[in-house]
Design a protein around this ligand. Structure first.
Ligand code: ADP
Length: 445
């Protein structure tokens, strides 16, 4: 049979031609969101459930105890600080754990507890007495696979009879040796190699198949075909789970093509709003004054802040100057490798650096919910038409839902053109952006 058509090339997510940086992929953004995220994202939207079989009652759980998990697993969950199931977990966990197993699709934005949900389901379905692979997770990239591996190890900390391993670039097996770990987490390429070429990974006893970050997977050339090839080696009764942050047609069609009668859970993303954001501006008339405003902001800063620049050139210039003046800042540009970005974000998340300077290309990889202040060093604008880029503005400073903490945004306005752009922002959102006088500024909390 001819091979299925190749997946579409990766979309240029959040790329910006004038920023002189390389393209940032969906996988890059997803990884950054993961690293930045400290706790669960709450939302007021309700979970929507779609299923074919009306005779199959679905129920929800309000506690982890109600799931009858083995005590070691429950202990791991509590040690991670989980008290109650998140919204997507409330609904998906009973289905994930039900007998006979059903196939499932779950879509909810990053940070809502999908990884924890399938991790729990996998760990509780393993029979530790059988020394063979019983659960397989396919992740789009090595970095994402390793993040998931870490979560599984953490939750399974007390299930010492369950073995876990990765299958990513660099992982090797001695000739003739078979993989016998209970849970294997890997990337499509490596898994195809191991299952088809080297035949060192036998999936005939696999009970759980997880396709993680399906939207990112599908956006990567070749991954869809590889996932199909892996999927073909699974036994019929294997439970299929697909997780995705977005619910694009490609994902739904892909899932329907390979999964029989999945139950679908969706938690729609809440729109970002500018409610609860104090929007301000500082008027400057030169690069020198801009810098002065920035160092004043730094001095009065309480908590953490992100400074957005249009180009990596500006970001690098600003970071260097601040560092030379004794301030501690992190800098995030599209030039960094995935590893370097992760390190910068971890330091920022942990408070080693309270200020992160970044360019637009990476802005979409970061949820600003935990940041107290966002500074637009350059106003977001379409540089060809010199009109306000209101979408980017909203994305940089907006927050989701009623749980979103209040925040502050300061726009550095340099000259008459910037004032006009700011006016466009005000008109677009119907808000007043308040002028800040830096000589009388109090702490920005
Ligand atoms: P997703 O896979 O949807 O991005 P994760 O499962 O990685 O979400 O969860 C996001 C963060 O929230 C992680 O730090 C995770 O440890 C934490 N988390 C997940 N479930 C819960 C829960 N029920 N209670 C508290 N924290 C949770």
């Amino acid at each position: 049979a001819p091979p299925p058509p190749a997946a579409a090339p990766p979309p240029l997510v959040a790329n910006d031609a004038t920023s002189e940086e390389g393209a940032v992929t969906a996988a890059d953004l997803s990884l950054m969101r993961k690293v930045m995220r400290k706790g669960i994202v709450e939302t007021k939207n309700n979970v929507e459930i779609y299923q074919k079989d009306p005779n199959n009652p679905l129920y929800s759980v309000k506690s982890f105890e109600a799931l009858n998990l083995r005590p070691e697993l429950l202990r791991g969950i509590y040690e991670m600080g989980f008290k109650l199931p998140s919204k997507i977990q409330e609904f998906s966990l009973p289905t994930l754990l039900a007998e006979p197993p059903s196939n499932l699709i779950a879509q909810s934005q990053s940070g809502t507890g999908k990884t924890a949900a399938f991790t729990l389901a996998m760990l509780s379905r393993i029979d530790p007495n059988k020394k063979c692979t019983q659960a397989l997770v396919v992740s789009p990239t090595m970095e994402l696979a390793l993040q998931t591996l870490e979560s599984v190890r953490q939750m399974g900390k007390y299930c010492t009879d369950i073995t876990i391993r990765s299958a990513v670039k660099g992982d090797m097996l001695p000739r003739g040796q078979q993989v016998n770990e209970h849970i294997v987490i890997g990337t499509p390429g490596k898994l195809v190699d191991w299952t088809s070429k080297y035949k060192c990974l036998d999936l005939r006893s696999c009970k759980v198949f997880v396709l993680d970050e399906a939207d990112v997977m599908i956006a990567t050339q070749g991954h869809q075909d590889q996932s199909v090839r892996i999927h073909k080696q699974l036994p019929k009764e294997c439970q299929m789970m697909l997780f995705s942050a977005t619910y694009v047609d490609e994902v739904v069609n892909f899932a329907k093509a390979i999964f029989k009668d999945p139950v679908t859970f969706r938690l729609r993303r809440e729109d970002e709003t500018l409610k609860n954001i104090r929007q301000m501006y500082v008027e400057c008339n030169s690069t020198e004054e801009k810098y002065e405003a920035i160092s004043n902001i730094f001095t009065s800063l309480v908590g953490s802040a992100m400074f957005f620049c249009h180009t990596k050139h500006t970001a690098t210039f600003l970071a260097k100057r601040l560092i030379d003046d004794g301030y501690q800042v992190g800098i995030l540009t599209g030039d960094l490798t995935a590893d370097e970005r992760v390190k910068v974000l971890q330091r920022f998340r942990d408070g080693t650096e309270r200020v992160l300077i970044c360019t637009n290309v990476l802005a979409r990889g970061i949820d600003v919910e935990s940041v107290n202040l966002v500074v637009n060093y350059d106003l977001p604008q379409h540089y060809d038409s010199r009109r306000a880029d209101t979408e980017t503005y909203l994305h940089r400073i907006g927050r989701c839902g009623r749980f979103g903490k209040t925040g502050n945004a300061i726009n550095i306005v340099d000259g008459i053109d910037d004032l006009r752009i700011l006016k466009e922002v005000e008109d677009h959102f119907g808000v007043k952006v308040v002028k800040l006088d830096y000589n009388s500024v109090e702490d920005i909390e």
